[in-house]
Design a protein around this ligand. Structure first.
Ligand SMILES: *Cc1c(COP(=O)(O)O)cnc(C)c1O
Length: 368
């Protein structure tokens, strides 16, 4: 059968190595996984409680519009309900936005070292990805991105994906940088500007501003959030889209009516209110990051200060070797060679004892 070159050339998303697989391969009983930016505290307990209560309703189809969930998000984020929709993780939202706005042969733009899902979804839709080189500190160069867009005279670029903060680098864009960027390209009616805020709850930088604040002034600004990170619900798959009604209307036409399942919806409503859990998760991550920074400084390993629940650290030699040696010791980190960073490893903040075990193993591996 004839298949397009873009489909044949697709390199599928490579998730973090599963614990069970690592146990089997290396004959290990105890394995620590710090590879997928999951919440090490587990799921929000309020979400688990809500799911248990709802189990007897599983014979029902989910609410296609997610009424309770959308109302909750509307209250919490001060956004009208008609500007909100839901996805099977933010990954599905990325996929659908590209399908809505890009024709085959058109382009999206993102940053070098930007989250890989944008490019994968684009390629599957026969859409090209343009990467803007990062600044020296690995952060997104929004000035250069605006320049690329201004030079795109035939308007081939239809979506700009701005992960804020970005994964795997952990860098962020400041309010000021975003305002300047939007002043230059925010008026372009045929360019959607998507802020991916998967890690927004972990940001400590005081000059950061969630992009919902820009939606009203710029109808082309779209925001994605996820339940996969701070809320600890990655397994349920739920992402939230905030956008102009024109975008939400198209999005709701294209998506599968039951794209988010009922348990994910009830769990999300509960998790969004689980302030104690959110606070505990933030504290764990912030203390864990500080511990990693201190350890890397002592070990002489360069790292990129992170606004996420993970940190990217540079190894003194190709990271693949170190990654494999750590696996044998039961520690799963994330290699990022696929991003063009062959000497870096990404480490997710775990429980204090997991972080300590990872640093101890890394010290042993680097000694050899
Ligand atoms: C983890 C992550 C997401 C979340 O994806 P889901 O599909 O919602 O699980 C989105 N964007 C970035 C940059 C991420 O790292």
């Amino acid at each position: 059968m004839k298949v397009s070159k873009q489909i044949l050339d697709l390199i599928p998303y490579k998730p973090g190595k599963p614990i069970s697989e690592t146990q089997r391969e290396f004959g290990l009983s105890h394995v620590i996984k710090l590879a997928s930016n999951e919440n090490s505290l587990g799921p929000s307990p309020k979400a688990v409680e809500a799911i248990k209560k709802h189990l007897q309703e599983l014979h029902r189809y989910p609410d296609p519009m997610g009424f309770d969930l959308v109302s909750k998000v509307s209250n919490l984020w001060k956004v009208p309900t008609q500007n909100i929709s839901i996805g099977n993780g933010s990954n599905e939202i990325i996929d659908i936005l590209i399908r809505i706005y890009c024709e085959p042969g058109e382009k999206i733009i993102t940053t070098q070292y930007g989250f890989v899902a944008y490019q994968i979804c684009a390629q599957a839709a026969r859409v090209e990805t343009e990467f803007v080189p990062v600044k020296k500190d690995f952060s997104i160069d929004l000035e250069k991105m605006a320049e690329h867009l201004e030079n795109d005279i035939d308007h081939k670029i239809r979506i700009a994906f701005i992960p804020n903060p970005n994964n795997p680098t952990g860098t962020y864009s400041t309010q000021n940088q975003i305002e300047k960027f939007l002043a230059r390209v925010g008026q372009r009616e045929d360019l959607l500007i998507v802020f991916d805020e998967a890690y927004t709850e972990f940001v400590r930088a005081v000059d950061y501003k969630p992009a919902v604040a820009f939606c009203e002034k710029y109808p082309t600004v779209v925001v994605m959030r996820t339940m996969s990170k701070v809320y600890g619900l990655a397994g349920l798959r739920l992402g939230v889209l905030v956008a102009d009604t024109s975008v939400v209307d198209l999005y709701n036409r294209i998506r599968n009516p039951f794209n988010t399942n009922e348990l994910a919806q009830v769990a999300t409503v509960a998790a969004l209110d689980d302030i104690d859990f959110i606070k505990a998760s933030q504290k764990l991550v912030w203390e864990g990051l500080d511990y990693f920074y201190k350890s890397f400084n002592e070990m002489g390993l360069p790292f990129i200060p992170s606004q996420g629940n993970f940190v990217l650290v540079e190894m003194p030699k190709p990271a693949a070797e170190i990654y494999n040696a750590l696996l044998r010791k039961g520690i799963i980190l994330r290699p990022v060679g696929n991003y063009g960073l062959p000497n870096h490893l990404r480490i997710t903040v775990g429980l204090p004892e997991e972080n300590e075990a990872a640093i101890k193993a890394l010290k042993e591996v680097l000694k050899n």
